[in-house]
Design a protein around this ligand. Structure first.
Ligand code: BES
Ligand code: MN
Ligand code: ZN
Length: 540
């Protein structure tokens, strides 16, 4: 089979007049043919069902008690008995409970409760801060599957809904292939006791639940290994997740369709893989008479990044199954918006490809041509994310009349060195757009830090044979990557690039447990909801 493929490819390349694309793909066996008959099937995700009630149910299971100050005990916990309240009071006093900073303390042996989980909220009761408290609580309480009662009396409906949303996000688990652990017994319900139960329920159902589900969708896609999630199966999963959701159209460009459009850059990136690339386009239309075009979110979707011919070294290579996290986040954000029927127009483009070494793979020094006609000299086949995004953003620019393009990518190790796992790096020629993204970052908790696009990056990426090269010479690795992608967007189109390499997967703590974090889903959901069009003038 190898010989046949090689000969076919050679014949096709010899007859090609222009910069070679990838006719070889169409001769390859379909992914189905190379899928082993043993197919993995992940256990179903689950989180606690949530109820909102004005009155407290009978004491059973775990009580969650948020407290901002000592005085809250008398009011928020007024539904408890005097004996329970004074026991809690004594325990908190003896533990010198810190009300000033977020934290928690679990008490046992009080009243009929298995546990009382006291959550010190700290002073910041913004939506992002309260949701974060919910994430921590959800995570901390998932070992025990019994019922939860959350006392949210006195908190606004928004806070009660954010708390429940955070808990659902925190209850996510990444042990996809430990079916026994996941399916042993379903988790019992969470009852949120709130004096604005009805309003809180509506907020949770309309926005919170779609967000929890979209985060789980994106995290599952990222956590799945590359023998399960590859370009075609990413597309199938997306179609399944959007089934029955109103206002959505899904299109997946296959290899011949991409060849027709001249997308030689993404095609070049995937030539070493037996899994052919796809350009997945998910459009949600939630406005009836739009005065301007959609916001386009383009995601890097490298389902596995071995480095290609510029092969990575072995240690930690498995982490590169997460290299499609940008694509998962943009599709996840659109899923959240569509399922909550948000009044917005948005398109997610997932640029899906697998970066593998092979006799057909692109080499260093090869030249590719992107959809906008620009030619690219490959310096390193490991700088592949920018190759797939070049065609994604050029497509958006040419075909979709975008009000803005935001691309999201696990693009560089260099952004991790700069910003660690606290901020994703933001690059833009349009400050009014960057400002909106930074605000959405603060509001959602997916924080951003703006980085420069120095004119020297253009010098850095000059090629002697083609229009641009895919890796710069200076030390500014993340900046050179950002500049490269920007070269495939018209100067006047508002565009921003977000490098999430440091944020896409965790392992550090309960906020970022092992596996995918879903970074970007909340950020982009917030950003698109609040989006205001910015002027289409050449950026700085
Ligand atoms: N997917 C990697 C970036 C990455 C590295 C993400 C580590 C998360 C953790 C990307 O494709 C890559 O290989 N980038 C190179 C670019 C270089 C070859 C110009 C890098 O950052 O070293
Ligand atoms: Mn790479
Ligand atoms: Zn990569």
């Amino acid at each position: 089979m190898r010989t046949t493929r090689f000969m076919l490819a050679t014949a096709l390349l010899a007859s090609a007049a222009s910069v070679p694309t990838t006719a070889a793909f169409s001769q390859m066996p379909s992914a189905g043919a190379i899928t082993p008959s043993l197919t993995l099937k992940a256990a179903k995700a689950q989180y606690r069902p949530v109820r909102f009630e004005p009155a407290m149910p009978a004491a059973s299971g775990t009580l969650v008690l948020p407290l901002t100050a000592e005085g809250d005990l008398a009011t928020r916990a007024s539904v408890l008995s005097d004996a329970e309240r004074s026991a809690i009071q004594r325990a908190l006093a003896s533990a010198e409970f810190d009300y000033a900073n977020p934290g928690s303390l679990t008490l046992r042996g009080i009243g009929n409760w298995d546990r009382i989980h006291v959550v010190g909220t700290g002073k910041d009761l913004s939506a992002a801060a309260v949701q974060k408290l919910g994430v921590m609580a959800g995570r901390a309480l998932m070992k025990d599957k019994g019922p939860l009662v959350v006392l949210a009396g006195g908190l606004p409906a928004e806070a009660a809904a954010e708390l429940a949303t955070g808990m659902g996000i925190g209850e996510y688990r990444s042990d996809l292939y430990q079916a026994k652990a996941r399916e042993a017994a379903p988790m019992a319900a969470t009852t949120i006791v709130s004096d604005s139960a009805q309003a809180a329920r509506a907020l949770y159902e309309d926005r919170g639940k779609p967000l929890i589900d979209a985060m789980a969708f994106a995290r599952d896609l990222s956590n799945e290994p590359a023998n399960v999630v590859y370009p075609e199966s990413f597309v199938e999963r997306t179609r399944a997740a959007f089934a029955g959701v109103a206002g959505v159209t899904i299109e997946a460009l296959d290899v011949p369709a991409m060849e027709k459009l001249g997308m030689g850059s993404i095609l070049g990136s995937g030539r070493g893989s037996a899994r052919p690339p796809r350009m997945l386009i998910v459009r949600y239309t939630g406005r009836s008479a739009p005065a301007y075009g959609p916001v386009v979110l383009a995601g890097k979707g490298i389902t596995f990044d071995s480095g290609g011919i510029s092969l990575k070294n072995g240690s930690g290579m498995g982490d590169m199954k997460f290299d499609m996290s940008g694509a998962a986040s943009v599709v996840g954000a659109v899923l959240a918006l569509a399922r909550s029927r948000a009044p917005v127009d948005v398109v997610a483009i997932a640029a899906l490809s697998e970066n593998m070494p092979d006799g057909n793979a692109a080499r260093p020094a090869d030249v590719l041509q992107a959809m906008n006609g620009k030619t690219i000299e490959i310096i390193s086949t490991d700088a592949e994310g920018r190759l797939v995004l070049a065609d994604a953003v050029a497509y958006a620019d040419a075909k979709l009349n975008p009000a803005a393009i935001v691309d999201v990518a696990t693009l560089t190790g260099s952004i991790m060195t700069a910003l660690g796992d606290d901020y994703a790096g933001l690059f833009s020629r349009h400050d009014p757009l960057a400002d909106q993204l930074i605000m959405a970052g603060d509001a959602s908790g997916d924080e951003l830090w703006q980085m420069p696009l120095h004119p020297s990056y253009a010098e850095d990426t000059k090629s002697t044979i083609a229009d641009i090269k895919n890796s710069g010479v200076s030390g500014a690795g993340a900046g050179a990557g950002a500049h490269f992608i920007g070269a495939f967007v018209k100067p006047e189109t508002p565009w921003a690039h977000i490098d999430i390499a440091g944020m896409a997967w965790g392992g550090a703590n309960d906020l970022k447990p092992a596996g995918a974090t879903g970074y970007g889903v909340r950020l982009l959901e917030r950003f698109v909801r609040d989006f205001q069009p910015v002027e289409k003038v050449a950026g700085k």
